[in-house]
Design a protein around this ligand. Structure first.
Ligand SMILES: [Zn+2]
Length: 116
C-alpha cells in the first residue's frame, strides 16, 4: 500500500534529480579536465542511474557528450575531436575511437543512433 519512494514522482524530486544530474556532469567535466578518466566515467554512470530512478531524462546537451563506446564524458579539445558537417556534428572519442554523429536538423543518417 505504501507507495512512496519508488513510484512516487513529485515536481520536487524531479527538480532535485535534475540538479544532481547537472552537478554530476559538471564534476565529470572537471574530472576529465584534470585527467581523472575513471572518475569521469563513474559520474556519468551515477547521473544515468539517478535519471533512471527518478524518471528524468539526461538533457541532450549532456547526453551528446557521453561516449557510447566507453561511457566517458567527452570534452572537446581534451578527449574528443569534433567536426561540424553540414547537417550534423561528428564527435570522436579519443579514448576508444567511437564516432558519434549528432544530428543538427533532419538527419537520415541515424537509423542506429539518431537519438543518441
Ligand atoms: Zn569512448
Amino acid at each position: 500500500m505504501e507507495r512512496r519512494g519508488r513510484g512516487r514522482r513529485t515536481q520536487e524530486t524531479e527538480t532535485i534529480a535534475r540538479e544532481r544530474i547537472e552537478i554530476l556532469f559538471a564534476e565529470a567535466r572537471r574530472a576529465v579536465e584534470t585527467g581523472r578518466v575513471d572518475r569521469a566515467k563513474r559520474y556519468v554512470v551515477l547521473a544515468r542511474r539517478i535519471g533512471m530512478r527518478y524518471n528524468v531524462s539526461i538533457p541532450s546537451r549532456f547526453r551528446r557528450w557521453v561516449c557510447r563506446g566507453c561511457g566517458l564524458f567527452l570534452v572537446p579539445g581534451i578527449n574528443c575531436t569534433t567536426r561540424l558537417r553540414p547537417r550534423r556534428f561528428v564527435v570522436r572519442c579519443q579514448a576508444c575511437g567511437e564516432v558519434k554523429r549528432v544530428g543538427r536538423k533532419t538527419a537520415k543518417a541515424g537509423a542506429r543512433g539518431a537519438r543518441a
